[in-house]
Design a protein around this ligand. Structure first.
Ligand code: DC
Length: 488
């Protein structure tokens, strides 16, 4: 067996999804032959090396691949707390824990793939590798040429752009019959939630039946609803090939930049921005993500969210163990929406609560806890490895992304920053005078730069920009110039 990336071995072994496996690696929970392997590039030979997670050996399963014709009324999940049937309950493969690849709505039927091969799952569900899928769709009223063309051009629904690759009329009776304007063959790459139903609702049509009949090279064929079959090795190979071919087609787009962090294509990433409170980091970061098409993670929001969770749980900052548990427990989640990240505690989006005075007053103390930082740093590294991004904080260039190809350090006098923070506070709806803001800023600066764990410092190799002397446009121009220099 060839040497493979650690995250692939873990996901293939059914330990965790590729993403969760990456989180485990960077958190230092994974070892090979007793040695901790905590970098995402680490490789091992799953046949020869003993891989452990938290000290427990990982067993390797044989890969199995199953095509199922999901009937309507069956969930595309592995289990359901209400006891409803799931795609997994319809397939019985001894000795293997299969998971569905992607999903099909409860009311939809058709082809769904199940496997324990985490690498194929990851490949087929990655937005950049998604293979075209075909759906046979019956709608309540005929849809004319104009409506069909609109779907191919793309429509907007709840802020999202939904688009089909092609929409053709078909005959429900097979190729010999006349096309029926209420029967459509829709091909699309996207896998957004209820995408077909939503796009048809924009053109005023309701879906009556929806059946997926093809996933890339794999056709549903004559498989009856509720039945399944194992794929042949040739079919598995064809799926791998199709997904990889998709990647080639998208090369040259922004998405391709996600492939190799640090690559100077089309621009270097990730970008690290540090500096004291109100030094202009957010303004600059927003401009950069717009300019380069990256995603912005304001890591201060993560520390704020832990502070909020701790205040709610009445865990004081002196109880480092309890605070670390809040950071570790999978409670804090990041949701990418557009160019910025929103922060969730469990299912609750708390982003808009994180500037509240109670959080503002407490966050520095919680951010000083080394164990909390360790957890959040692991999540931040993982985030930066997953997409071209700009990370903003206090220790990004010095600790989190020490090897970032671009590090920016912003500074401004305390006076300038106090004035800015006073203005921002008014924007966030809080009443704060410039002198109060000044006291806040100076208190926070002291805690952030004198703490033992990752104090605020100017990172080695950083481009320092004094934002007190520059207006926002000049600051942004200066940073872009520095980044473009790095790209050439
Ligand atoms: O940037 P901000 O004001 O939202 O940050 C909130 C607090 O979190 C601040 O006290 C500094 C701390 N922080 C940190 O210690 N490390 C980071 N990477 C980001 C923020």
């Amino acid at each position: 067996m060839a040497v493979e990336r650690l995250q692939k071995i873990l996901s293939n072994a059914g330990v965790a999804s590729r993403r969760s496996a990456e989180a485990m690696i960077v958190a230092g929970r994974v070892a090979g032959n007793g040695k901790t392997l905590d970098t995402l590039g680490a490789r091992a030979d799953p046949e020869k090396d003993e891989i452990t997670v938290d000290g427990t050996p990982v067993l390797r399963e044989r890969y199995r691949y199953v095509a199922l014709h999901k009937p309507t009324g069956v969930l595309s999940t592995t289990s359901d707390d209400r006891g409803r049937p799931t795609v997994v309950s319809l397939v019985d493969i001894e000795g293997a824990t299969l998971r569905p690849v992607g999903r099909l709505d409860l009311e939809s039927e058709g082809l769904i793939l199940l496997t324990n091969d985490g690498a194929l799952t990851e490949l087929l569900t990655h937005p950049r590798h998604e293979v075209p899928k075909e759906y046979l769709v019956a709608i309540d009223q005929p849809l004319g040429k104009k409506g069909r063309e609109r779907l191919v051009r793309g429509v907007r629904h709840e802020g999202e752009r939904l688009k089909a690759d092609s929409v053709q009329l078909v005959s429900p009776g097979g190729s010999s019959g006349d096309p029926d304007p209420r029967w459509l063959l829709i091909t699309l790459h996207g896998g957004r939630k209820r995408e077909i139903r939503r796009m048809l609702s924009v053109v005023g049509r309701r879906v009556v039946t929806l059946r997926r009949i093809r996933i890339g090279p794999l056709a549903l064929g004559t498989l009856a609803a509720g039945s399944s079959r194992e794929l042949t090795p040739e079919e598995v190979e064809a799926l791998y090939e199709a997904a990889k071919a998709e990647r080639k087609q998208s090369r040259g787009s922004m998405a391709a930049a996600a492939e190799a962090p640090g690559m100077a294509f089309p621009h270097p990433h990730p970008i690290a921005i540090d500096g004291p409170a109100a030094s202009g980091k957010s303004t600059l970061a927003r401009a950069l993500v717009e300019r380069f098409g990256y995603v912005l993670l304001d890591t201060g929001l993560m520390y704020r969210a832990i502070a909020l969770a701790a205040l709610r749980a009445e865990a004081p900052a002196s109880d480092a163990g309890a605070c670390a548990e809040l950071a570790r427990g999978g409670l804090l989640r990041l949701a990418v929406g557009g160019r910025e990240v929103r922060v969730l505690l469990g299912e609750e989006d708390v982003t808009d609560l994180l500037r509240a005075p109670e959080v503002e007053g407490a966050v520095s103390d919680y951010a000083a806890i080394a164990e909390v930082r360790r957890e959040l740093v692991a999540q931040q590294r993982l985030f930066a490895a997953q997409q071209p991004s700009v990370l903003v904080g206090r220790d990004i260039g010095s600790v989190v992304l020490r090897d970032a190809p671009v590090k920016l350090y912003l500074q401004a006098s305390e006076e300038v920053r106090a004035r800015r923070r006073g203005e921002q506070a008014a924007e966030w709806g809080a009443q704060q005078s410039a002198s109060e803001a000044g006291r806040d800023i100076s208190g926070r600066d002291t805690t952030d730069s004198t703490r033992a764990a990752s104090p605020l410092v100017e990172p080695e190799g950083a481009i320092v920009i004094d934002t007190g002397e520059l207006d926002a446009d000049a600051m942004i121009a200066r940073a872009i110039e520095a980044i473009e220099e790095r790209a050439t």
